[in-house]
Structures are given as C-alpha cells and as structure tokens.
Write a protein that binds this ligand. Structure first.
Ligand code: FES
Length: 98
C-alpha cells in the first residue's frame, strides 16, 4: 500500500512518516520525492519543521542544511550525513522504503 498520493504532497512542504521505529521526513520537489531521517544530525530537532529550497532542507534550530538527495550535511553546525531512503513512485502512488 502506498504511503502517499503524489498529488496530495505539496511541493517543498515536508511531511513526517513514522515506521519501523524510524521517523523520516518526506519532501516533494517538483515530480520527485525524497525521504531523509527526520532528526538533525547536530542535535534533536525535526527537519520536517525546516524550510526547503531546491534540493536542500534547512534545520530550523541552528540553520544546518542537508541535501535531500544524498543526506549530506552541506553547512555547519551539522557535519554528519543523514540516512536517505529510496522512494518509489508508480503513477500517483508514493512508497518510501524504510
Ligand atoms: S539541531 Fe539542526 S542545526 Fe542544530
């Protein structure tokens, strides 16, 4: 069963998904969808509450940016990458592999 319908995901508006003991932040950018660990690698903040610009999400607490495609930490104070998850899109159905 799909986790989301693509047309219900608003662009650059992160959505939280909890499954298998993990909390993941799911973000649509144009017709692609990315999934990244929700907890910032710098401290205990939810990335889903941050702002998305292009393929980056910015942590609201201290401003670190992460690449949604790779999980790479792009700016301090975070310097540890986050895990990303594969997202399958079949027509309008979006499934996150957690
Ligand atoms: S908690 Fe995210 S940058 Fe500090």
């Amino acid at each position: 069963m799909a986790d989301f319908q693509l047309d219900q995901l608003k662009e650059s508006a992160p959505v939280k998904l909890e499954r298998n003991g993990k909390t993941v932040c799911v973000v649509r950018v144009k017709d692609e969808v990315f999934a990244i660990d929700d907890t910032c690698s710098h401290s205990d903040a939810s990335l889903c509450e941050g702002e998305v610009t292009d393929f980056k999400i910015e942590c609201w607490l201290h401003g670190a940016e992460f690449d949604l495609r790779t999980g790479q930490a792009l700016t301090l104070p975070a310097n540890i990458a986050l895990q990303t998850y594969q997202v399958d899109i079949q027509e309008n159905s979006v499934t996150v592999e957690i």
